[in-house]
Design a protein around this ligand. Structure first.
Ligand code: ADP
Ligand code: ADP
Length: 225
């Protein structure tokens, strides 16, 4: 896994300070939840790590090296959003293969990696299904596979399961933990749901009003339902 360091990270939108002097470390292989109420700066922080938004203060380092000058499409990160954002005209396997084809990996190797990845997310049977015909949970499995097949150093997820019902959410949490534990990819999981953060993460980073309001193991954040 990769060590992520956020150092004095800041972002303003006009008069709104979305992220304010955020300094924190996520250890190699961590499964970290970025927790806090709506509007506290979680998505902005994730988008800065991904390279989708430029910070106006501070630095982001992967294993000690600043990534701020690395363009989004070259950052070694996998991204999963609340909406799966799949390519609707492609089938499951072609959605997962897309990034590998962009990298001009040869056909045999692409096929091998896609097949292995589909097994890992339990979608091997649906490889040739059009993604328009999938359920919400299946769509998010494709999104996870598409992100992980590129073997990113860092996996970034923004409320990935919040559109699923409670049973599916629990299933997807188990699957994501398993995928993380197999690959040891440093994972940042954005959620506003404290119970979900406690359930899935090894470490929780709490943001309030763009500022670091606490960090530690999930037990520290557990409140009796
Ligand atoms: P969260 O993900 O925790 O809900 P966000 O990072 O989306 O929070 O937003 C943090 C703050 O920044 C909020 O006040 C939000 O309204 C504001 N914000 C986010 N993106 C923009 C933008 N593109 N333009 C203006 N304000 C924004
Ligand atoms: P999330 O709940 O994931 O933060 P939102 O629905 O708040 O998502 O925001 C969706 C998009 O709108 C994001 O790209 C965010 O940066 C942008 N955004 C959020 N708040 C504002 C705002 N106050 N003004 C302009 N854009 C915003």
């Amino acid at each position: 896994g990769t060590h992520i360091a956020l150092a004095g990270l800041g972002k303003r939108f006009g008069n709104t300070t979305a992220v304010d002097a955020l300094t924190t470390d996520l250890l190699p292989g961590a499964f970290a939840a970025l927790l806090g109420p709506s509007g506290c700066g979680k998505s902005t922080t994730l988008a800065m790590i991904a390279g989708l938004i430029d910070p106006d203060a501070g630095d982001i380092r992967f294993d000690g090296l600043s990534i701020l000058t690395v363009a989004a499409e070259r950052r070694p990160v996998g991204l999963v959003f609340q909406k799966p954002l799949l390519f609707p005209h492609l089938n499951v396997a072609d959605n997962v293969a897309f990034g590998l084809r962009m990298r001009r990996l040869d056909r045999a190797a692409t096929r091998r990696r896609v097949d292995t990845m589909l097994e890992r997310v339990q979608l091997a049977d649906l490889a040739h299904r059009r993604v328009g015909e999938l359920s919400g949970g299946q769509e998010q499995r494709v999104a996870l596979a598409r992100a992980l097949v590129l073997e990113p150093q860092v996996l970034l997820l923004d409320e990935p399961f919040s559109q699923l019902d409670a049973t599916l959410r629990a299933e997807m949490r188990t699957l994501l933990r398993q995928l993380h534990d197999e690959s040891d990819v440093t994972t940042v999981f954005v959620t506003h749901d404290q119970a979900e953060a406690v359930e899935i993460a090894d470490t929780i980073t709490l943001l309030i009003d763009g500022r670091l309001a606490g960090q530690g193991e999930p037990q520290l954040f557990y409140t009796r339902p």
